[in-house]
Ligand binder design. Sequence first.
Ligand code: UDX
Ligand code: ADP
Length: 457
Amino acid sequence: MKARKNILCIGAGYVGGPTMAMIASKCPECRVTVVDIDPERIAAWNSNELPIYEPGLDDLVSKCRGRNLFFSSDIADGIRNNDIIFVSVNTPTKTFGLGRGMAADLQYWEKTARQILAFSESPKIVVEKSTLPVKTALAMERILNSTKNNIRFDVVSNPEFLAEGNAIHDLESPDRVLIGSREDENGLKARQIIADIYLHWVPKERIITSGIWSSELSKLVSNAFLAQRISSINAISALCEKTEADVVEVSRAVGMDHRIGAKFLNAGVGFGGSCFRKDILNLVYLCRSQGLEEVADYWEMVVKMNDYQKERFLQTMLGAMFNTLAGKHICLWGFAFKADTGDTRESPAIYIARRLAEEKAVVHISDPQALKNARKDLADIDDIRYIEDPYRAADGCEAIAVLTDWDIYRRLDFKKIFNRMEKPAFIFDGRNILDHKLCFQIGFNVYPIGKPPLTHF
Ligand code: UDX
Ligand code: ADP
């Protein structure tokens, strides 16, 4: 029996892998192939040890792999044999040239567009899944239509809103699926074909459509608004620490106003992840390039506030520990940018570890999933100890800094930990997840975020 749709995804990362596994699972009559330039990644997707940690992903992949979900390194073959091509390659921030540190580096993405053009022998719908600067679809269309081979390419924007650690739930039950396209006859037809895929499991009213530019911009704006909430509450955490107010009490009171809502109001050591910083800087770059200086400055402050929060956390550690960290052993609990992922992209832990090393502290790093990435992130720093077990990691240390909100850290035997640490012993809870009173009673000097410290001095 011929499969009804042949779907390809270029880029087998945090977005492409889980999204395609969900589509394969919900659309058994579709044949879904995921390709990547990195053969090791593909080998991992075809093994029992998937390249990314995501709760629920193993089950989903093992259910569909080999049935209607395939992982392959043959990009050319993939392009030739599929009609719908999702593109979810990485688009990091540029590290060179014009727009360095702000604009998106589109080299991977443009390479993909050229590959699609080179290997296509029949019409394709090309779906932008990666977060891209607004108007990228236009550039994609221009590249694809740059030769006279008479193949029709329709470019559609279908931004991904999944949050890591919760990806399977977000994919299965999304708040919305957004599909943007040109509003001409072919664009509308392509839009409907993509909508039909999601209609297998997403209620009709949650599938929304728009023009292509609005769709691209919506992704940047969603992430900017989410990050803005975190920077707002982090700004207030600094004020709470000065005034002896408690940021958790403030955020609870504020969040109970249903117009504001309770989510994304947890103060912490700063936001990380592959999207927030990159997307806001993209937005800022876009505004500046349109001459909107004030608008650009407004959004840039969200990122600056995040940088400030990370440095403020480090300064609190330094100040509390008598203004010197040289030679002191400091344990970081958590290195991933949030719980339930091994991803460390833009993790505040990278900044904190580097600053601690600059202060000549000996850093011990513990994380249930992210040590492999941590080793890569800090490869240039000698004498960092990577110890998965949180008890052993804290052994002989003078301080623990909680940098990721992993659940396991809430339920440890703090008395045992205290007894095995140097004194005075400090806890800096960068996620406000521990029982601060209990830790204080055991003997720790406790420094939460946005609350008065509990100290024995
Ligand atoms: C985000 C968006 O949520 C998602 O919709 C988009 O598709 C990609 O970017 P993600 O980066 O996976 O997802 O994680 P998210 O849950 O948004 O958390 C981002 C960062 O903010 C983490 O470092 C997290 O610890 C931090 N955070 C989140 C806070 O500090 N406080 C909060 O209240 C919420
Ligand atoms: P995201 O979080 O957006 O999914 P990742 O970095 O996890 O980003 O995944 C992007 C994937 O895209 C990587 O596995 C990378 O190897 C792959 N990739 C980048 N460029 C190309 C390309 N031209 N062809 C195929 N795959 C690519």
